[in-house]
Write a protein that binds this ligand. Sequence first.
Ligand SMILES: NC(=O)c1ccc[n+]([C@@H]2O[C@H](COP(=O)([O-])OP(=O)(O)OC[C@H]3O[C@@H](n4cnc5c(N)ncnc54)[C@H](OP(=O)(O)O)[C@@H]3O)[C@@H](O)[C@H]2O)c1
Length: 270
Amino acid sequence: MKDTRIAAQGLVLLGCGKMGSAMLAGWLDRGLPADRVWVIDPKPSLWVHGTGVHINEPLPDAPAVVLVAVKPQMMGDALPSIAAFGGGETVFVSIAAGTPIAKFEEAFGVTTPIVRAMPNTPAAISQGITAICANAAGQGGLDEAADLLSAVGDVVYLDSEAQMDAVTGVSGSGPAYVFHMIETLAAGGVAQGLPAELAMQLAKATVAGAGALALQSQDDPTQLRINVTSPSGTTQAALEVLMDEKAGFPALLPRAVGAATQRSKELARG
Ligand SMILES: NC(=O)c1ccc[n+]([C@@H]2O[C@H](COP(=O)([O-])OP(=O)(O)OC[C@H]3O[C@@H](n4cnc5c(N)ncnc54)[C@H](OP(=O)(O)O)[C@@H]3O)[C@@H](O)[C@H]2O)c1
């Protein structure tokens, strides 16, 4: 990581649980010196203690970035500890699900640079995808935020915060849909007589391998599907079930994404 502002002014991480620790591990791996990071967390893990970062120590005067990684419901308790940095050049980056930029503008003022980000759980193994957007004052901080968040996977820029609810419905909540697909694919194998452990091993490796192929291939997923579907073959028999317009994936997944998007909108309204 080559962020000279962070090297000069420091980085504050508010909340160092699962997501905060995954990001911190990525930053340290990429060469950010531990003494440039100040962690605020009531019960930091042994791992955090072993990293050499400042833990619950007095904060720098004007950190380059404050990354907010507490649960949305802890926000009211947590924000006062960083409120002093509002209205200056410190860029606030929040990964809290369902917490709109307006909530931070209320707390810190509209002239504060604020970036809102939505990561997902594969961030824990640096294979996440994070979508980001910023308030008017934060547009100049987007690249710096993207550099930090790329420590845990890919980063995409949104045109507007209004897209964040649908992003939550696709990639934020999406890993759980895929986990459920693994569960039910394995259950299908068990129903056809396979031992449970073997069926689960096959299902996990199939989803992981197909996902990796979809990412790496020149072909799009539609073409990849066509490539493995021989006329009247086994795959076609299964796809006739899965691609049914009324009961298959084309009906189910958009409904699932719609339900998550709707819930995200409700949560944002508080
Ligand atoms: N996990 C995901 O996949 C995911 C995906 C997208 C977005 N997010 C967002 O990422 C954020 C963090 O999620 P997480 O899964 O990492 O949660 P987590 O593991 O619970 O981490 C939150 C950390 O913040 C600490 N904390 C609580 N109150 C605090 C305070 N007043 N000041 C400083 N730190 C405080 C918690 O300590 P205690 O445990 O002692 O309370 C905990 O260590 C959430 O806002 C979530 O919406 C997570």
